[in-house]
Design a binder for this molecule. Structure first.
Ligand code: CP3
Length: 343
């Protein structure tokens, strides 16, 4: 690939400080867009939508047509892995995910090899999107962090995670074995995504919050490190973005020990922390408040300027601290993209 066509996102992930940061938003494909809601109404259910390459490619591309984002993220979900391993997963309308009882861990382990094949539709979505997307715009693949996925598998639904954390204390061996199984299936899934056209890989550890230092090492740092190492051992050099959401003061430990190219920071991350990570050779992504994006106005403008000023002097990817909220006005998204892409 010639320099001129190297997407900005990949240059930022390679450690370059650019005249302006690349921009994309978590959950850019989804309910904030009327065209998504129309497409969604035609799908049988959310899981079949994710496993339909034609529809999923369309959902991935919708925000790329509307906004000047520098990257697309494949339309899929972190809960496709437990389903591929044999645990029942469905989405209750207006409520969120529900999972059947946690199968015996050794039964799940026996499904790891077959699980990647059951996710081949996501590879097909990636290939379709890569073929349609302009070369200067990058395509991101992703998976959930093993701990976050395990919290859903253990509790059977979204929760405050106290049940899963208690389970991790009371059944330590079982949880460690479950995380091993998830590391293995996630690494294979990400290798498949890279081969299908993903140019960056993101690990969404959305529930990294509230963990004591030793638990964070055991449940988050260890598994993330193992995933990156397994993907590298398979000969895949695709850059990684790690997102330990809610890790707070433990983010520095994460950045020091997990060999990801970029660390995605959440809303509470201080500017000084981002600068410190950049000085240590990490690309920083984040961390605009999704509530402020929805609210809009002068406070939003001021905060966008503040991030550009604070982090624009090092390798930086402009993004939110968590996903776009469904009732976010589209004009607010367009306004921020316009500001960042002309900086
Ligand atoms: O645009 C993108 O960011 C790509 C697609 C994407 C989705 N889910 C689509 C989706 C990504 C990256 C995810 C990740 C995901 N899924 C996470 C981690 C990131 C985060 O937001 O914390 C988590 C925890 C999940 C699990 C999940 N999926 C929940 C809790 C829910 C229900 C809550 C909700 O927002 O409805 C989902 C459903 C889901 N995943 C939707 C979309 C567009 C909405 C479903 C619908 O359209 O009916």
């Amino acid at each position: 690939m010639t320099e001129a066509f190297q997407p900005l996102l990949l240059r930022a992930l390679a450690g370059e400080t650019l005249p302006r940061p690349p921009i994309w938003f978590m959950r850019q494909a989804g309910r904030c867009l009327p065209e998504y809601r129309e497409l969604r109404s035609r799908a049988k259910d959310f899981i079949s939508f994710c496993h339909d390459p034609e529809m999923a490619a369309e959902a991935t591309l919708q925000p790329m047509r509307r906004f000047a984002f520098d990257a697309a993220i494949v339309f899929a979900d972190i809960l496709l892995i437990p389903r591929a391993l044999g645990q029942e997963v469905w989405f209750e309308a207006g409520e969120g995910p529900r999972l059947g009882p946690l199968p015996e861990i050794e039964r799940l382990a026996g499904e790891v090899e077959a699980s990647t094949g059951r996710l081949s539709a996501i590879g097909e979505t990636l290939s379709r999107v890569r073929a349609e997307l302009e070369p200067e715009r990058a395509l991101i693949g992703f998976a959930g962090g093993p701990w976050t996925v395990a919290t859903y598998m253990i509790e059977g639904r979204g929760s405050d995670r106290t049940g899963a954390r208690t389970f991790a204390y009371e059944h330590a061996e079982k949880v460690d074995r479950l995380l091993d199984v998830l590391v293995d299936s996630t690494a294979r899934y990400l290798v498949m995504q890279a081969k299908a056209g993903a140019q960056a890989l993101k690990i969404f550890e959305s529930w990294a919050e509230g963990l004591a230092e030793d638990m964070f090492e055991r449940l988050v740092i260890g598994p993330h490190k193992a995933i990156v190492e397994k993907v590298r051992a398979a000969g895949v050099t695709t850059p990684f973005i790690g997102f330990p959401r809610g890790a707070g003061a433990l983010v520095e430990n994460y950045a020091a020990k997990v060999p990801v190219e970029a660390v995605a920071l959440d809303t509470q991350a201080p500017f000084a922390l981002g600068r410190k990570l950049q000085a240590q050779g990490k690309t920083v992504q984040g961390a605009l408040d999704n509530l402020l994006l929805r609210a809009g106005g002068p406070a939003l403008d001021a905060r966008v300027e503040a991030y550009l000023e604070a982090w624009g002097q090092g390798p930086y990817i402009f993004n939110l601290g968590h996903g776009i909220l469904p009732d976010t006005p589209i004009e607010h998204i367009a306004h921020v993209v316009e500001r960042v892409t002309r900086s």
